[in-house]
Design a protein around this ligand. Structure first.
Ligand code: AMP
Length: 115
């Protein structure tokens, strides 16, 4: 937990969020500026700044984050229509919040472009 990190503050309950999943290790909440009908952020409770800070031993955590995304896609009813999972990394990747997160985006036809 870091005091400056907005996602740590959401996880601790200091900042309100629309939380849709919490298993004690992984938390998911709706993006405050959604770009599609479903836009959920799936984050580890432990503060990890981003992909570059992942370490050996984090394999299961990363795998579980993806499986939570899949579970939420089913719950949102977008598993058949399709969805996009995105992890931005660093300045060129467009990462604004330095706490590892996976975007689950769907509910409409997404642009073919990956940027
Ligand atoms: P990224 O650009 O990959 O770092 O994405 C950060 C995402 O966090 C953006 O889509 C923001 O809209 C979202 N975000 C920032 N602050 C909040 C918040 N307080 N609650 C929910 N989502 C947020």
């Amino acid at each position: 937990m870091t005091d400056e990190c907005v996602f740590c503050r959401i996880i601790s309950g200091e900042i309100p969020s629309n939380t849709v999943y919490d298993d004690g290790e992984i938390v998911a909440f709706r993006d405050v500026q959604p770009i599609a009908p479903t836009h959920i952020l799936i984050v580890p409770r432990r503060h990890i700044s981003g992909v570059n800070e992942l370490a050996p031993g984090d394999e299961a955590l990363v795998g579980r984050i993806v499986l939570v995304a899949r579970q939420l896609a089913q719950k949102e009813g977008i598993d058949e229509s399709g969805y996009r999972l995105v992890v931005n990394c660093g300045p060129d990747g467009g990462q604004a919040v330095m706490h590892l997160h996976l975007h689950l985006i769907g509910g409409r036809k997404l642009d073919d472009s990956l940027g």
